[in-house]
Design a binder for this molecule. Structure first.
Ligand SMILES: Nc1ncnc2c1ncn2[C@@H]1O[C@H](COP(=O)(O)OP(=O)(O)OP(=O)(O)O)[C@@H](O)[C@H]1O
Length: 649
């Protein structure tokens, strides 16, 4: 191929414009990106060579070399990995395929400063080279292709790039950055080496640089011919825990997840026994924007004896823990294991169970340390003797679980329906707001500890929003009697709660389901009065039932209301009105079950029914208002308005 000039895909041109015109909060990330690409290219070669060892040619030792030339103002990153064919160079370096980069493009605000910060967060892969370079030359040959089929790709980071065929005896890729004058600080051994250790220390290949020595005569540092590895060249997870600092764990996480925030917690273990593997699992501090999406890929990378096998290994984590990031390195799986094989493997099942156990244990630990130690001691009335060191360690984790839960709580609830074996553990980790606590901090155990004497159920209500839950008429008598009710306003709550009937022996009871029975909390007089009211009200109930026979399954007198005239409830096994509405809104088939109308016989509006000439209108208004009060809409809003107006005039 003679020299050709091609245009970048429009999105790349736009991205490059930004990269070359912005001020960077963190320009040095270009090294992380380019060294990662070089290491990925080596991983890819190693993987392909499993089926075709000839791809190694005469250089089986994979490595990355970082060199610089102060006089020529260049930095060159060379790898002997998979390399690129001419077509691949045009495609991979001229278009954007990566969904992450597309997301990034979607987030651009047009404000240069903000956008520049975004680049720092996302990393824009290869193109980040243009942060420090005004020209990049890539020379590459794909492993397995003849020496004559090398490619040189050159671009000044504007709208175009050039490609031409060159002779390249060595396979792999070298990327030469022609460093801009204002970025010359990177033309330094010390600087580049420090970036490699900062960002790429864990990479399991040697990253080599030429040695440098002080030359007293010239009074400057001079480069020697000898190359040395400047990274630890050791997969971080394969090292012993005691040799890894918190900073290294956090940096490894950032490399793994492209998350700029430090992780909330991590757990690193070598698991031995019938299935042997190493797990390094992280709990991120922030949820991804699409956490709700159950098709979202898992965050676990699978290695087999340090050989990278695949990203997003969903078989290694249950779906409700899809947000956990980390690495699993198995000693048992075959190197050519496929996604399909993973689903069936007994080893994988054991690893998934082990990972789940570990994540739940980490969360239990964070939950335990969530409150300040003093408070914890006060709570059980015992003041433990703790060393200053332990105290400081415990304080460092205060509030972390609350922060975690605000981000990932809704995903955890899916576990109630998904992970039968760990249901009790998951239930202990859930937190809710309640009628007495506004924040998402009340656990079932906290609730139980505060239950009133004679109370024999944990009460909760599900609704579309916390405000709707809080103001629901069903809560009136609970408020009057000072009984706490858990407020659940997540979309997943209703479904999740259908999988649990009790918590540590105490039944869980929705206040909007089933007949109303506060058991021992209601005194005899109240019960008698209610029964008497129901009896005298009987003829009226029959009339109401008749008037509402198309809308309500039943009409009955209740004592759960104080200020409201009526409310809707469903039978114990039925799905709530709120879930029916949600299913309908999502275009999904919703089972047709009518609600039960419960009326407050003491309410003036209900009393007015007796002998009213507008009985039918009043009956429908009662029903529709009960629907409105729980966030629903009357089937025929115009008819409702008409009825109300007829009564108003
Ligand atoms: N050193 C290299 N050797 C072989 N191919 C490379 C090399 N550097 C980049 N590429 C190719 O160019 C593509 C684009 O690289 P880029 O860094 O922009 O995105 P990415 O590597 O896919 O994503 P990310 O860097 O965020 O993981 C890569 O997917 C790869 O196919």
């Amino acid at each position: 191929m003679s020299k050709q000039t091609l245009s970048f895909q429009a999105e790349v041109a736009q991205l490059l414009h930004l990269v070359t015109h912005s001020l960077y909060s963190n320009p040095e990330i270009f090294m992380r990106e380019l060294v990662s690409n070089a290491s990925d290219a080596c991983d890819k070669l190693r993987f392909e060579a499993l089926n075709d060892a000839s791809l190694f040619e005469d250089a089986p030792n994979l490595e990355v070399r970082v060199a610089f030339d102060k006089a020529a103002k260049t930095i060159t990153i060379t790898d002997n990995g998979i390399g690129m064919s001419q077509a691949e160079a045009v495609e991979h370096l001229g278009t954007i395929a990566k969904s992450g980069t597309k997301d990034f493009m979607g987030k651009l605000s047009g404000d240069q400063k903000k956008d520049a910060q975004l680049i720092g967060q996302f990393g824009v892969g290869f193109y980040s080279g243009f942060i420090v370079a005004d020209k990049i030359t890539v020379e590459s040959r794909r492993a397995g292709l003849p020496a004559a089929e090398g490619v040189r790709w050159t671009s000044g980071g504007t709208g175009e790039f050039e490609v031409e065929t060159i002779d390249l005896p060595k396979r792999g890729t070298s990327i030469t950055l022609h460093v801009r004058d204002d970025q010359s600080e990177y033309l330094s051994h010390w600087k580049l080496k420090s970036l490699v250790t900062k960002y790429s220390d864990h990479i399991s290949l040697p990253i080599l640089m030429q040695k440098e020595e002080w030359d007293a005569e010239k009074s400057e540092h001079v480069q020697k011919d000898e190359w040395e590895a400047v990274n630890a060249a050791n997969a971080l997870w394969a090292r012993s825990k005691k040799d890894i600092s918190d900073e290294q764990y956090a940096e490894f996480y950032k490399n793994l997840s492209y998350d700029q925030d430090a992780p909330l917690a991590w757990s690193h273990n070598r698991v031995e026994g019938s299935t042997e593997y190493t797990q390094l699992l992280y709990i991120p501090a922030k949820a991804p924007m699409d956490l709700w999406n159950r098709d979202r890929k898992a965050g676990i990378k699978l290695y087999v004896r340090r050989v990278f096998i695949m990203d997003e290994a969903e078989a290694l984590m249950p779906s409700y823990l899809r947000w956990v990031k980390g690495v699993v390195d198995s000693a048992d799986l075959p190197l050519n294991v496929s996604r399909e094989l993973l689903q069936e493997s007994r080893d994988v099942k054991a690893i998934r169970e082990g990972n789940t156990r570990r994540v739940l244990a980490m969360l239990e630990d964070l939950a335990r340390k969530d409150k300040a130690p003093e408070t914890a001691a006060d709570a059980d009335g015992v003041t433990d003797v703790v060393s200053e060191e332990d105290k400081a360690a415990a304080e460092k984790d205060v509030g972390k679980y609350t922060a975690f839960y605000a981000e990932f709580g809704s995903a955890m609830k899916e576990g109630l329906g998904e992970d039968f074996a760990n249901r009790d553990k998951i239930a202990k980790l859930l937190r809710y707001a309640s009628t007495t606590v506004d924040t998402l901090t009340v656990s079932f155990a906290d609730y139980k500890a505060r239950m009133k004497e004679g109370q024999d159920a944990i009460y909760y209500i599900t609704a579309d929003s916390l405000a709707a839950a809080k103001n629901s008429p069903q809560l009136e008598v609970f408020k009057k009697k000072g009984i706490e009710v858990l407020l659940m306003a997540d979309r997943v709550d209703e479904w999740a709660m259908s999988h649990v009937q009790e918590f540590e022996g105490t039944p869980l009871q929705s206040v909007a389901k089933g007949s109303f029975d506060l058991g021992k909390l209601q005194d005899e007089d109240e019960k008698k009065a209610a029964e008497a009211a129901a009896e005298t009200f009987k003829p009226m109930l029959e009339k109401l039932k008749e008037a509402l026979k198309d809308k309500a399954k039943d009409v009955r007198v209740t004592t759960r209301l104080v200020d409201s005239p009526a409310c809707l409830v469903v039978e114990d096994g039925d799905i709530s009105n709120q879930l029916t509405r949600m299913l309908k809104a999502a275009g999904q088939p919703a089972p047709v079950s009518q609600p039960i109308l419960e009326v407050n016989a003491d309410h003036a509006l209900v009393k007015k029914l007796e002998g009213s000439t507008h009985f039918d209108d009043l009956a429908h208004i009662l029903f529709d208002q009960a629907l409105l009060a729980e966030g629903g809409l009357p089937d025929d809003p115009a008819a409702y308005v008409k009825r109300v107006n007829a009564l108003l005039v």
